[in-house]
Design a protein. Structure first.
Length: 392
């Protein structure tokens, strides 16, 4: 039985969601594999020293910033983080080498950015012939040194033509590049729930005859939702706050002239999307893809506060005609008016998107496992002189 490591982090929630969705699809396809979900930070800090020293986990700092909307300047901070990763490269490679020497995987699949050079080299020193694959969970790369690294004899799995083009330009001839039809989303989003929509909406106290928006900002919500709810006082809304109980309480206490439902964390997002007519949220690749799979046009923003790795996503929305991109949620009323007035046109564009990535990737992984082992010419030098790690 082959052992597959799916590597994720909890920052933002999307990477773990992609890993669990891929694990579910592999299981449902009956692959004879042992799938392990590997939290990278637990490998790098098994004694939880960072949390015991600072009081928070590394990913919690990022998640709190998302919930509070503190995203201005993240592009500059990302480059600082990448510099720190390069300065720690030798130590990271050593830790990862020891981990994979002990655990002996047959394939390592990265679902995270920034650490792919260190993970690739750690695996190469531990298990030189074990294949390494990076699955982009963004619609495009944010070079340099984000998702795609140059001169690594690995596999790169991309969900858009833009990402494929970037992979060819960056990865060079060493990598094998595979394209899927979109982003990984949970297989549950493909199931027909056979809902009695009117009955379900009445259960929630919603009017089945009013247009309904679902408002989501990831697993930790965002205080931006307060302004959206206030400006859309007369619009029927389903507001999903994730783990942000404080935000859920604030939204529940707000007065509105239209019916609305406030939810905390729920695993039934597909259910609530099927009760909705349009999506409002940040341009995250997962939430956009989930909404489109449920045939919802999207309303997102692009401005200085948009996270750098998500800026192309709003371009993708415009290029495919699947929604409205605003400069600010202060214009949310205009966005809702546009989407509802042109609902038929937007739904036609949404209907042309056919994303089956979560079912396609296990087949790609099966092909990788069946292929003859490869090792890059670039890494042969590292194997001969392992003390000379590439730090650029």
């Amino acid at each position: 039985m082959k052992t597959i490591d799916l590597v994720y982090v909890n920052a933002g929630g999307g990477h773990r969601s992609a890993a669990t969705a891929l694990e579910m699809a592999i299981r449902e396809q009956g692959k004879d594999w042992r799938v392990r979900l590997v939290n990278l930070f637990e490998v790098l800090d098994p004694q939880d020293v960072f949390r015991r020293t600072t009081g928070v986990k590394p990913e919690d700092y990022y998640n709190v910033r998302l919930a509070r909307g503190w995203t201005l300047g993240l592009a500059q901070e990302l480059r600082i983080l990448q510099m720190l990763i390069r300065l720690s490269h030798r130590s990271l490679v050593g830790q990862l080498r020891r981990h994979w020497l002990k655990t002996q995987p047959d394939l390592v699949v990265s679902l995270i950015p920034n650490f792919n050079r260190a993970m690739y080299q750690g695996l190469r020193f531990a298990c030189p012939l074990v294949p390494y694959a990076t699955v982009l969970t963004d619609l495009a790369d944010f070079p340099p040194h984000f998702w795609i690294e140059p001169n690594q004899a690995q596999h790169v799995i991309c969900g858009t033509p833009r990402a494929v083009s970037q992979a060819h330009a960056t990865a060079g001839l060493s990598a094998q590049i595979h394209q899927t039809s979109g982003m990984i989303i949970n297989p549950n989003f493909y199931r027909d729930l056979k809902l009695d929509r009117q009955a379900e909406m009445r259960k929630l106290g919603l009017d089945p005859n009013r247009p309904t928006g679902i408002v989501m900002f990831g697993g930790h919500g965002s205080r931006v939702m307060r302004g959206i709810a206030k400006r859309l006082d007369d619009v029927q809304l389903i507001l999903v706050c994730g783990h942000n109980a404080v935000l859920a309480g604030q939204l529940s206490a707000m007065q509105a002239s239209a019916p609305r439902v406030v939810l905390g964390f729920t695993s039934q997002i597909s259910h609530y999307m099927q009760l909705s007519d349009f999506f409002i949220g940040k341009p995250g690749p997962g939430s956009i893809s989930e909404a489109i799979q449920q045939r919802l046009p999207v309303i997102v923003v692009r401005n200085a506060w948009t996270m750098p790795q998500e800026r192309y996503n709003s371009e993708w929305v415009e290029e495919n005609g699947v929604g409205v991109v605003l400069d600010s949620f202060k214009s949310i009323r205009e966005g809702v008016a546009q989407v509802t007035a042109q609902a038929e046109s937007y739904r036609a564009c949404v209907g042309r998107i056919h994303n089956r990535a979560v079912f396609e990737i296990p087949e790609i992984l099966e092909q990788i496992l069946a292929a003859p082992p490869r090792i890059g010419v670039d890494f042969i030098q590292h194997l001969r002189t392992p003390q000379r790690l590439h730090l650029s």
